[in-house]
Design a protein around this ligand. Structure first.
Ligand code: DQA
Length: 148
């Protein structure tokens, strides 16, 4: 199956951006790890990062027609602001996991609300770059069970 990995705003700076909170692993290493995990399980992955809300909305909309079976998304700051991106995910009706490097519940109060959690299959947060690995593992398990 085809999986889509989406990264929201400022995640292009991963590795240099507030490393005490987000760790020192660059986004390119995270994407390479996810690619390897999915390919080992016989799946394919496309990764995309954007700082622009409309680009993420457009990519999610396109997933409806391009054979995407599953989405992993770290909406980053859009987690707390974007009704548009939430609506796009609801519109395509594909299963998705919400991923965060940090645990937003331990941080500022404005990070406690997510526009995604109640429509996500699940949420993985607080494990740094490993959050993505755990999310991929969950997605691969879900796809396996669906195929069985
Ligand atoms: C984040 C948490 C968000 O609150 C923040 O705006 C981010 C990254 C995370 O992965 O921990 O940019 O999604």
């Amino acid at each position: 199956a085809k999986l889509l990995v989406l990264h929201g705003p400022n995640l292009n700076l991963l590795g240099e951006r507030e490393p005490g909170i987000y760790g020192r692993t660059p986004l390119s290493s995270i994407d390479a790890g996810l690619q390897a995990d999915a390919e080992r399980a016989g799946h394919t992955v496309e990764c995309m990062q954007s700082n622009a809300e409309h680009e993420l909305v457009d990519r999610v909309q396109a997933a409806r027609r391009d054979g995407t079976a599953f989405i992993l998304i770290n909406p980053a700051a859009f987690t707390h602001t974007s009704v548009a991106l939430r609506d796009a995910l609801a519109a395509v009706a594909l299963p998705f996991i919400e991923v965060h490097l940090s645990n937003p519940h331990t941080r500022e109060p404005f990070r406690r609300h997510s526009y995604f959690s109640d429509v996500a299959l699940g949420v993985i947060a607080g494990f740094g770059a490993d959050s993505y690995r755990f999310a991929m593992d969950a997605a691969l398990g879900w796809l396996d069970r669906r195929a069985a």
